[in-house]
Design a protein around this ligand. Structure first.
Ligand code: GLV
Ligand code: MN
Ligand code: MN
Length: 411
Protein backbone atom coordinates (compact mmCIF):
# COMPACT_ATOMS: atom_id res chain seq x y z
CA UNK A 1 0.00 0.00 0.00
CA UNK A 2 1.58 3.31 -1.00
CA UNK A 3 1.83 6.06 1.58
CA UNK A 4 2.10 9.82 1.41
CA UNK A 5 5.23 11.38 2.87
CA UNK A 6 3.90 12.40 6.28
CA UNK A 7 6.88 14.49 7.32
CA UNK A 8 6.80 16.49 4.08
CA UNK A 9 3.07 17.21 4.49
CA UNK A 10 3.40 18.21 8.15
CA UNK A 11 6.34 20.48 7.22
CA UNK A 12 4.25 22.16 4.54
CA UNK A 13 1.42 22.75 7.00
CA UNK A 14 3.88 24.25 9.47
CA UNK A 15 5.45 26.46 6.81
CA UNK A 16 2.10 27.77 5.57
CA UNK A 17 0.92 28.30 9.12
CA UNK A 18 3.87 30.64 9.68
CA UNK A 19 2.58 32.99 6.99
CA UNK A 20 0.27 35.77 8.13
CA UNK A 21 1.28 35.90 11.76
CA UNK A 22 0.52 39.44 12.80
CA UNK A 23 0.40 41.21 16.10
CA UNK A 24 1.12 38.97 19.08
CA UNK A 25 1.60 36.01 16.74
CA UNK A 26 -2.07 35.88 15.70
CA UNK A 27 -2.58 34.13 12.37
CA UNK A 28 -4.85 36.03 9.99
CA UNK A 29 -4.86 35.46 6.23
CA UNK A 30 -8.23 36.80 5.18
CA UNK A 31 -8.90 36.77 1.44
CA UNK A 32 -6.86 38.94 -0.91
CA UNK A 33 -4.78 40.59 1.82
CA UNK A 34 -0.98 40.79 1.74
CA UNK A 35 -0.86 37.76 4.04
CA UNK A 36 -3.10 35.81 1.68
CA UNK A 37 -0.80 36.79 -1.19
CA UNK A 38 2.20 35.45 0.71
CA UNK A 39 0.37 32.17 1.40
CA UNK A 40 -0.71 31.91 -2.24
CA UNK A 41 2.85 32.54 -3.43
CA UNK A 42 4.13 29.71 -1.23
CA UNK A 43 1.44 27.30 -2.41
CA UNK A 44 2.11 28.17 -6.08
CA UNK A 45 5.83 27.56 -5.55
CA UNK A 46 5.14 24.13 -4.05
CA UNK A 47 2.75 23.29 -6.87
CA UNK A 48 5.35 24.25 -9.48
CA UNK A 49 8.00 22.21 -7.66
CA UNK A 50 5.59 19.27 -7.93
CA UNK A 51 5.49 19.73 -11.71
CA UNK A 52 2.09 21.37 -11.78
CA UNK A 53 1.03 24.14 -14.18
CA UNK A 54 -0.66 27.03 -12.41
CA UNK A 55 -3.89 28.55 -13.66
CA UNK A 56 -5.52 31.50 -11.89
CA UNK A 57 -9.09 32.34 -12.78
CA UNK A 58 -10.77 35.75 -12.65
CA UNK A 59 -11.70 35.49 -8.98
CA UNK A 60 -8.22 34.36 -7.97
CA UNK A 61 -8.91 30.65 -7.56
CA UNK A 62 -5.58 28.84 -7.91
CA UNK A 63 -5.52 25.58 -9.86
CA UNK A 64 -2.36 23.48 -9.95
CA UNK A 65 -2.70 21.05 -12.84
CA UNK A 66 -0.66 17.85 -13.06
CA UNK A 67 -1.13 16.26 -16.43
CA UNK A 68 1.28 13.44 -17.19
CA UNK A 69 0.04 12.97 -20.77
CA UNK A 70 -1.61 16.16 -22.08
CA UNK A 71 -1.83 14.85 -25.65
CA UNK A 72 -3.94 11.88 -24.46
CA UNK A 73 -6.12 13.95 -22.16
CA UNK A 74 -7.65 16.50 -24.48
CA UNK A 75 -11.31 16.70 -23.44
CA UNK A 76 -10.71 14.42 -20.43
CA UNK A 77 -12.36 15.70 -17.28
CA UNK A 78 -9.79 16.15 -14.49
CA UNK A 79 -10.06 14.87 -10.96
CA UNK A 80 -10.05 17.85 -8.59
CA UNK A 81 -8.73 17.86 -5.01
CA UNK A 82 -8.41 20.90 -2.80
CA UNK A 83 -9.90 23.41 -0.39
CA UNK A 84 -8.85 26.95 0.61
CA UNK A 85 -5.97 28.76 2.31
CA UNK A 86 -7.70 31.94 3.43
CA UNK A 87 -8.41 32.02 7.16
CA UNK A 88 -10.67 33.63 9.73
CA UNK A 89 -9.24 36.24 12.12
CA UNK A 90 -6.83 34.79 14.70
CA UNK A 91 -7.15 31.38 13.06
CA UNK A 92 -5.77 27.91 13.55
CA UNK A 93 -3.42 26.33 11.07
CA UNK A 94 -5.36 23.43 9.52
CA UNK A 95 -8.74 24.74 8.34
CA UNK A 96 -8.63 24.61 4.54
CA UNK A 97 -4.84 24.41 4.30
CA UNK A 98 -4.93 20.66 4.94
CA UNK A 99 -7.04 19.96 1.86
CA UNK A 100 -4.83 22.02 -0.44
CA UNK A 101 -1.48 20.80 0.89
CA UNK A 102 -2.62 17.17 1.06
CA UNK A 103 -3.72 17.49 -2.58
CA UNK A 104 -0.19 18.55 -3.56
CA UNK A 105 1.25 15.73 -1.46
CA UNK A 106 -1.01 13.20 -3.21
CA UNK A 107 0.33 14.36 -6.58
CA UNK A 108 3.95 14.07 -5.42
CA UNK A 109 3.30 10.60 -4.01
CA UNK A 110 1.70 9.37 -7.21
CA UNK A 111 4.64 10.70 -9.21
CA UNK A 112 7.22 9.11 -6.92
CA UNK A 113 5.41 5.77 -7.15
CA UNK A 114 5.25 5.88 -10.92
CA UNK A 115 1.46 6.04 -11.03
CA UNK A 116 0.24 7.54 -14.29
CA UNK A 117 -3.31 8.80 -13.92
CA UNK A 118 -5.69 8.47 -16.85
CA UNK A 119 -6.69 12.13 -16.50
CA UNK A 120 -5.25 15.39 -15.18
CA UNK A 121 -5.30 15.92 -11.44
CA UNK A 122 -6.04 19.49 -10.38
CA UNK A 123 -5.35 20.82 -6.91
CA UNK A 124 -7.52 23.86 -6.16
CA UNK A 125 -7.10 26.63 -3.59
CA UNK A 126 -10.37 28.55 -3.72
CA UNK A 127 -10.64 32.27 -2.96
CA UNK A 128 -12.46 33.62 0.10
CA UNK A 129 -13.90 30.42 1.49
CA UNK A 130 -14.19 31.89 4.97
CA UNK A 131 -16.19 34.92 3.91
CA UNK A 132 -14.74 36.94 6.76
CA UNK A 133 -13.62 39.81 4.54
CA UNK A 134 -16.08 39.43 1.64
CA UNK A 135 -19.56 37.86 1.62
CA UNK A 136 -20.69 35.39 0.51
CA UNK A 137 -18.41 32.74 1.96
CA UNK A 138 -17.20 29.99 -0.40
CA UNK A 139 -17.16 32.74 -3.02
CA UNK A 140 -14.39 31.35 -5.24
CA UNK A 141 -15.89 27.88 -5.49
CA UNK A 142 -19.35 29.40 -5.98
CA UNK A 143 -18.10 31.26 -9.05
CA UNK A 144 -16.23 28.19 -10.31
CA UNK A 145 -19.44 26.16 -10.02
CA UNK A 146 -21.43 28.81 -11.89
CA UNK A 147 -23.55 29.92 -8.93
CA UNK A 148 -22.41 33.55 -9.16
CA UNK A 149 -20.88 35.51 -12.05
CA UNK A 150 -17.24 36.53 -11.82
CA UNK A 151 -18.25 40.15 -12.47
CA UNK A 152 -20.64 40.13 -9.52
CA UNK A 153 -18.04 38.51 -7.27
CA UNK A 154 -15.29 40.94 -8.25
CA UNK A 155 -17.56 43.87 -7.38
CA UNK A 156 -18.22 42.65 -3.81
CA UNK A 157 -17.28 45.22 -1.18
CA UNK A 158 -15.64 43.93 1.98
CA UNK A 159 -15.95 44.76 5.66
CA UNK A 160 -13.00 47.15 5.23
CA UNK A 161 -14.71 48.83 2.26
CA UNK A 162 -12.26 47.32 -0.23
CA UNK A 163 -13.47 45.80 -3.49
CA UNK A 164 -12.50 42.17 -4.05
CA UNK A 165 -11.53 42.65 -7.72
CA UNK A 166 -9.25 45.57 -6.86
CA UNK A 167 -7.61 43.67 -4.04
CA UNK A 168 -7.02 40.59 -6.20
CA UNK A 169 -5.42 42.80 -8.86
CA UNK A 170 -3.30 44.51 -6.22
CA UNK A 171 -1.91 41.21 -4.91
CA UNK A 172 -1.39 39.86 -8.44
CA UNK A 173 -4.07 37.16 -8.37
CA UNK A 174 -6.68 38.49 -10.80
CA UNK A 175 -6.46 35.86 -13.52
CA UNK A 176 -8.24 34.92 -16.72
CA UNK A 177 -11.54 33.18 -17.46
CA UNK A 178 -11.17 29.58 -16.41
CA UNK A 179 -10.63 27.08 -19.22
CA UNK A 180 -10.64 23.94 -17.05
CA UNK A 181 -13.15 21.24 -17.89
CA UNK A 182 -15.76 20.39 -15.28
CA UNK A 183 -14.07 17.87 -12.96
CA UNK A 184 -15.08 14.20 -13.04
CA UNK A 185 -15.12 14.38 -9.22
CA UNK A 186 -14.05 16.64 -6.35
CA UNK A 187 -12.64 15.35 -3.07
CA UNK A 188 -11.89 17.66 -0.13
CA UNK A 189 -9.93 16.55 2.90
CA UNK A 190 -10.66 18.78 5.90
CA UNK A 191 -10.40 18.76 9.65
CA UNK A 192 -13.80 18.08 11.22
CA UNK A 193 -13.81 21.35 13.20
CA UNK A 194 -16.30 19.79 15.60
CA UNK A 195 -16.21 17.29 18.48
CA UNK A 196 -17.71 14.09 17.04
CA UNK A 197 -14.71 12.09 15.75
CA UNK A 198 -12.58 13.13 18.71
CA UNK A 199 -15.24 12.26 21.26
CA UNK A 200 -15.99 8.91 19.64
CA UNK A 201 -12.32 8.16 19.03
CA UNK A 202 -12.92 7.54 15.33
CA UNK A 203 -10.12 8.24 12.86
CA UNK A 204 -11.95 9.07 9.61
CA UNK A 205 -15.22 10.84 8.82
CA UNK A 206 -16.92 9.99 5.53
CA UNK A 207 -18.91 13.18 5.04
CA UNK A 208 -22.22 12.45 3.37
CA UNK A 209 -23.93 15.82 3.63
CA UNK A 210 -23.59 19.36 4.78
CA UNK A 211 -25.97 21.76 6.48
CA UNK A 212 -27.54 24.88 4.98
CA UNK A 213 -26.26 28.33 5.89
CA UNK A 214 -27.88 31.77 5.93
CA UNK A 215 -25.98 34.95 6.77
CA UNK A 216 -27.62 38.29 7.52
CA UNK A 217 -26.38 41.77 8.19
CA UNK A 218 -28.92 43.43 10.46
CA UNK A 219 -29.14 47.15 11.13
CA UNK A 220 -31.24 48.40 14.04
CA UNK A 221 -31.88 52.12 14.16
CA UNK A 222 -33.10 53.66 17.43
CA UNK A 223 -32.53 57.10 18.97
CA UNK A 224 -29.15 58.21 20.16
CA UNK A 225 -29.56 59.95 23.51
CA UNK A 226 -28.00 60.70 26.88
CA UNK A 227 -27.23 57.64 29.03
CA UNK A 228 -27.83 59.46 32.30
CA UNK A 229 -30.82 61.64 31.65
CA UNK A 230 -33.06 59.55 29.44
CA UNK A 231 -35.64 57.63 31.51
CA UNK A 232 -35.82 53.95 30.65
CA UNK A 233 -39.36 54.18 29.30
CA UNK A 234 -38.31 56.92 26.88
CA UNK A 235 -35.44 55.00 25.29
CA UNK A 236 -35.23 53.57 21.78
CA UNK A 237 -32.05 51.63 22.38
CA UNK A 238 -30.64 49.96 19.27
CA UNK A 239 -28.10 48.06 21.36
CA UNK A 240 -30.78 46.55 23.56
CA UNK A 241 -32.77 45.44 20.50
CA UNK A 242 -29.64 43.76 19.11
CA UNK A 243 -29.18 41.89 22.38
CA UNK A 244 -32.83 40.75 22.33
CA UNK A 245 -32.38 39.39 18.80
CA UNK A 246 -29.35 37.39 19.90
CA UNK A 247 -31.29 35.94 22.83
CA UNK A 248 -34.28 35.18 20.58
CA UNK A 249 -31.96 33.16 18.31
CA UNK A 250 -30.45 31.23 21.19
CA UNK A 251 -33.90 30.38 22.57
CA UNK A 252 -34.89 29.02 19.17
CA UNK A 253 -31.79 26.86 19.04
CA UNK A 254 -32.61 25.49 22.49
CA UNK A 255 -36.13 24.43 21.56
CA UNK A 256 -36.67 20.67 21.93
CA UNK A 257 -35.44 18.76 18.90
CA UNK A 258 -33.97 21.80 17.18
CA UNK A 259 -30.87 21.25 15.08
CA UNK A 260 -30.44 24.95 14.41
CA UNK A 261 -27.29 26.78 15.42
CA UNK A 262 -27.12 30.58 15.39
CA UNK A 263 -24.31 33.04 16.02
CA UNK A 264 -24.00 36.80 16.29
CA UNK A 265 -20.32 37.03 15.42
CA UNK A 266 -19.88 40.75 14.80
CA UNK A 267 -21.60 43.75 16.36
CA UNK A 268 -20.94 47.47 16.27
CA UNK A 269 -22.77 50.32 17.88
CA UNK A 270 -23.00 53.95 16.85
CA UNK A 271 -21.73 56.22 18.19
CA UNK A 272 -20.10 53.55 20.42
CA UNK A 273 -19.56 55.64 23.53
CA UNK A 274 -19.88 54.71 27.19
CA UNK A 275 -22.45 57.36 28.04
CA UNK A 276 -24.54 57.39 24.88
CA UNK A 277 -27.56 55.18 24.15
CA UNK A 278 -26.72 53.50 20.84
CA UNK A 279 -28.57 55.08 17.93
CA UNK A 280 -27.56 52.24 15.68
CA UNK A 281 -26.51 48.61 16.03
CA UNK A 282 -25.11 46.74 13.05
CA UNK A 283 -24.47 43.04 13.51
CA UNK A 284 -24.29 39.73 11.66
CA UNK A 285 -26.32 36.56 12.11
CA UNK A 286 -25.04 33.15 11.02
CA UNK A 287 -27.94 30.67 10.98
CA UNK A 288 -27.55 26.99 10.07
CA UNK A 289 -29.66 23.84 9.89
CA UNK A 290 -29.15 20.55 8.01
CA UNK A 291 -32.75 20.59 6.76
CA UNK A 292 -33.76 23.17 4.14
CA UNK A 293 -37.37 23.42 5.30
CA UNK A 294 -36.23 23.94 8.91
CA UNK A 295 -33.72 26.58 7.85
CA UNK A 296 -36.43 28.40 5.91
CA UNK A 297 -38.70 28.25 8.96
CA UNK A 298 -35.94 29.71 11.15
CA UNK A 299 -35.41 32.53 8.68
CA UNK A 300 -39.13 33.26 8.71
CA UNK A 301 -39.22 33.20 12.51
CA UNK A 302 -36.36 35.70 12.61
CA UNK A 303 -38.09 37.97 10.10
CA UNK A 304 -41.31 37.85 12.15
CA UNK A 305 -39.45 38.62 15.36
CA UNK A 306 -37.75 41.63 13.79
CA UNK A 307 -41.17 42.99 12.81
CA UNK A 308 -42.47 42.44 16.33
CA UNK A 309 -39.45 44.17 17.84
CA UNK A 310 -39.94 47.21 15.63
CA UNK A 311 -43.30 47.66 17.34
CA UNK A 312 -42.37 46.83 20.92
CA UNK A 313 -39.04 48.68 20.99
CA UNK A 314 -39.83 51.47 18.56
CA UNK A 315 -36.77 50.86 16.44
CA UNK A 316 -36.34 50.40 12.69
CA UNK A 317 -34.75 47.19 11.52
CA UNK A 318 -33.38 46.20 8.14
CA UNK A 319 -32.03 42.74 7.42
CA UNK A 320 -29.86 42.07 4.37
CA UNK A 321 -29.19 38.44 3.50
CA UNK A 322 -25.55 38.32 2.41
CA UNK A 323 -25.06 34.60 1.96
CA UNK A 324 -27.32 31.58 1.49
CA UNK A 325 -26.41 27.98 0.78
CA UNK A 326 -28.86 25.10 0.81
CA UNK A 327 -27.92 21.81 2.49
CA UNK A 328 -26.08 19.47 0.15
CA UNK A 329 -25.97 15.68 -0.10
CA UNK A 330 -22.66 14.27 -1.31
CA UNK A 331 -22.06 11.48 -3.81
CA UNK A 332 -22.87 8.06 -2.29
CA UNK A 333 -20.34 6.29 -4.48
CA UNK A 334 -17.45 8.44 -3.24
CA UNK A 335 -18.65 8.22 0.36
CA UNK A 336 -18.52 4.43 0.01
CA UNK A 337 -15.01 4.63 -1.48
CA UNK A 338 -13.91 6.61 1.60
CA UNK A 339 -15.39 3.97 3.89
CA UNK A 340 -13.76 1.16 1.97
CA UNK A 341 -10.36 2.93 1.86
CA UNK A 342 -10.56 3.45 5.63
CA UNK A 343 -11.40 -0.24 6.09
CA UNK A 344 -8.44 -1.31 3.94
CA UNK A 345 -6.11 0.81 6.04
CA UNK A 346 -7.57 -0.49 9.29
CA UNK A 347 -8.95 2.92 10.27
CA UNK A 348 -12.25 3.36 12.09
CA UNK A 349 -14.71 5.43 10.08
CA UNK A 350 -18.20 6.85 10.43
CA UNK A 351 -20.52 8.79 8.20
CA UNK A 352 -21.23 12.35 9.23
CA UNK A 353 -22.66 15.74 8.37
CA UNK A 354 -20.43 18.78 7.97
CA UNK A 355 -21.45 21.58 10.29
CA UNK A 356 -19.02 23.92 8.56
CA UNK A 357 -19.48 25.49 5.16
CA UNK A 358 -17.15 24.01 2.58
CA UNK A 359 -16.05 24.57 -1.00
CA UNK A 360 -17.22 21.01 -1.60
CA UNK A 361 -20.84 22.13 -1.26
CA UNK A 362 -20.46 24.26 -4.39
CA UNK A 363 -18.51 21.63 -6.30
CA UNK A 364 -21.26 19.13 -5.44
CA UNK A 365 -23.58 21.08 -7.74
CA UNK A 366 -21.43 20.31 -10.80
CA UNK A 367 -19.73 16.95 -10.18
CA UNK A 368 -19.72 13.93 -7.86
CA UNK A 369 -18.23 15.22 -4.63
CA UNK A 370 -17.51 14.10 -1.07
CA UNK A 371 -15.31 15.01 1.88
CA UNK A 372 -12.95 13.21 4.22
CA UNK A 373 -12.81 14.49 7.80
CA UNK A 374 -10.10 13.91 10.40
CA UNK A 375 -10.54 14.58 14.13
CA UNK A 376 -10.12 18.02 15.68
CA UNK A 377 -8.75 17.65 19.20
CA UNK A 378 -11.37 18.94 21.63
CA UNK A 379 -13.57 19.90 18.68
CA UNK A 380 -11.87 23.29 18.53
CA UNK A 381 -11.66 25.30 15.30
CA UNK A 382 -11.70 28.91 14.10
CA UNK A 383 -9.33 29.43 17.00
CA UNK A 384 -5.53 29.28 17.33
CA UNK A 385 -5.95 26.19 19.54
CA UNK A 386 -7.24 24.22 16.53
CA UNK A 387 -5.21 21.02 16.46
CA UNK A 388 -5.24 17.73 14.60
CA UNK A 389 -2.69 15.05 15.48
CA UNK A 390 0.01 14.38 12.91
CA UNK A 391 -1.04 10.76 12.54
CA UNK A 392 -4.62 11.82 11.79
CA UNK A 393 -3.36 14.28 9.16
CA UNK A 394 -1.34 11.46 7.58
CA UNK A 395 -4.28 9.03 7.74
CA UNK A 396 -6.58 11.52 6.05
CA UNK A 397 -4.04 12.28 3.31
CA UNK A 398 -3.55 8.56 2.69
CA UNK A 399 -7.31 8.10 2.25
CA UNK A 400 -7.28 11.05 -0.17
CA UNK A 401 -4.44 9.32 -2.03
CA UNK A 402 -6.36 6.04 -2.19
CA UNK A 403 -9.45 7.72 -3.64
CA UNK A 404 -7.38 9.72 -6.14
CA UNK A 405 -5.58 6.56 -7.32
CA UNK A 406 -8.85 4.66 -7.47
CA UNK A 407 -10.59 7.30 -9.58
CA UNK A 408 -7.70 7.98 -11.97
CA UNK A 409 -6.49 4.43 -12.62
CA UNK A 410 -9.72 2.51 -13.02
CA UNK A 411 -9.17 1.52 -16.73
C1 GLV B 1 -16.46 28.19 7.30
O1 GLV B 1 -15.54 27.77 7.97
C2 GLV B 1 -17.77 28.27 7.85
O2 GLV B 1 -18.38 27.22 8.12
O3 GLV B 1 -18.23 29.38 8.11
MN1 MN C 1 -12.46 25.37 5.84
MN1 MN D 1 -13.28 27.94 8.30
Amino acid sequence: MIQINGKRLIDDIDRLSGIGLGEEGKRTRTAATDADKAGRDAVCTWMREAGMQITIDRVGNIFGVWDCAPEDHVDTAPLMLGSHIDTVINAGKYDGCLGVLAGIEVVRTMQENGITPDRPIVVAAFTNEEGVRYAPDMLGSLVFAGGMSADEALAVRGIDNTVLGEELARIGYAGKPCDLLTPCAFIELHIEQGPILYRENIRIGAVEDLQGIAWYEITVTGHQNHAGTTPTHMRCDAGLAAAKINIFLRKHCEMAGSRTVATVGTCSFEPNAVNVIPGKAIFTVDLRNPDEACLQAEEQALTDYLKELEQTDQVRITARRVSRFEPVVFDQGIVEKIESAARSRGLSCRRMTSGAGQDAQNLATICPTAMIFVPSVGGISHDPEEYTRDQDIINGANILLDIAVDITTRR
